[in-house]
Design a protein around this ligand. Structure first.
Ligand SMILES: C[S@@+](CC[C@H](N)C(=O)[O-])C[C@H]1O[C@@H](n2cnc3c(N)ncnc32)[C@H](O)[C@@H]1O
Length: 274
């Protein structure tokens, strides 16, 4: 099971908001506005970042089903609803999305959303999602999927080893089968196309500049913990790398890029009617 703290999700939300591809976000909003009922099921919703990103652009008839296995994160999501998404139009569902995906998607929805979630899942899970979305005739908007392109500036000789180990860790089982990690967006696009969707993919990279020092610190702490778990990088060399990077954060000389891809899959009939 993967755990994500409220603090971490709060820290990353502004970076996520800046990184989402605006064209795919606009297309997802337009698709919901053009349909009969703007009902969204958000899988792995955390504290509701996707709802907060989209709600102000959707009609007052919008309805949301927020789904997560963490009751604490769902509570946070309900506490921070924007005015456009009234409490009586939002349902919180506690579910293990490995076991319960089909049950959760039995309810009608025009759009299924996911953010920072697909890289946790397996190929089999993505095929299940594509099958259920096709049955519902719902679009799928899966944003902010890590794609393996992490980079630091200035360059450090240990960077390639650290990145290779980090990406290997991303492919470990996170409770939803053998995780696709950096291949998630590409595999999802293929699976959704095979299920009959019109699919668009766009870059949504984080650019974590020196003024985002706390996000840099937390991000690096996460990388170091993951890399250490793999045992692929010598522990002393890794500690030295971490020290050098923390020094650069203090001096405001570090820039990080974390590669993400957004995926939007719309039922072919809708895509053709535009
Ligand atoms: C990286 S966070 C993303 C949260 C949110 N979508 C966002 O963009 O801020 C992944 C979320 O997936 C949830 N999650 C992980 N595994 C899950 C599972 N098996 N069933 C349901 N939720 C799960 C976590 O609790 C967490 O809220």
């Amino acid at each position: 099971m993967s755990d994500f703290s409220h603090d971490w999700l709060a820290l990353r939300e502004p970076a996520d908001r800046l990184a989402r591809d605006p064209g795919l976000l606009d297309a997802a909003v337009e698709y919901l506005r053009a349909g009969r009922e703007p009902a969204v099921t958000d899988l792995g919703c955390g504290t509701g970042s996707t709802l907060r990103t989209m709600a102000s652009r959707l009609p007052a008839t919008q309805r949301w089903r927020l789904v997560d296995h963490s009751p604490a994160l769902l509570d946070r999501a309900l506490e921070s609803l924007p005015p456009e998404a009234g409490r009586d139009r939002v349902e919180a569902v506690v579910a293990d999305l490995d076991r319960d995906l089909e049950r959760v998607l039995a309810e009608p929805a025009a759009l299924v959303t996911l953010s920072a979630f697909l890289d946790l899942v397996s190929l089999a899970w993505i095929d299940r999602l594509a099958r259920e979305a096709a049955r519902l005739r719902a679009g799928v908007y899966a944003a902010l999927n890590y794609d393996g392109r992490s980079g630091c500036e200035p360059f450090d000789a240990l960077d390639p080893q650290v990145l290779e180990a980090f990406n290997a860790h991303q492919r470990r089982d996170k409770g939803l089968g053998s995780a696709l990690g950096p291949r998630a967006a590409e595999v999802a696009a293929e699976s959704l196309r095979s299920a009959g969707f019109e699919v668009q993919v766009a870059r949504a990279d984080w650019r974590v500049d020196p003024d985002m020092a706390e996000l840099q610190r937390q991000l690096l702490a996460g990388w170091v913990a993951a890399v250490a778990e793999t045992g692929r990088v010598d522990a002393r060399a890794l500690a030295g790398w971490h020290e050098r990077r923390l020094g650069q954060i203090e001096r405001k000389t570090l820039r990080l890029v974390v590669g993400h891809l957004d995926v939007l899959a719309l039922p072919a009939a809708h895509a053709a009617s535009r």
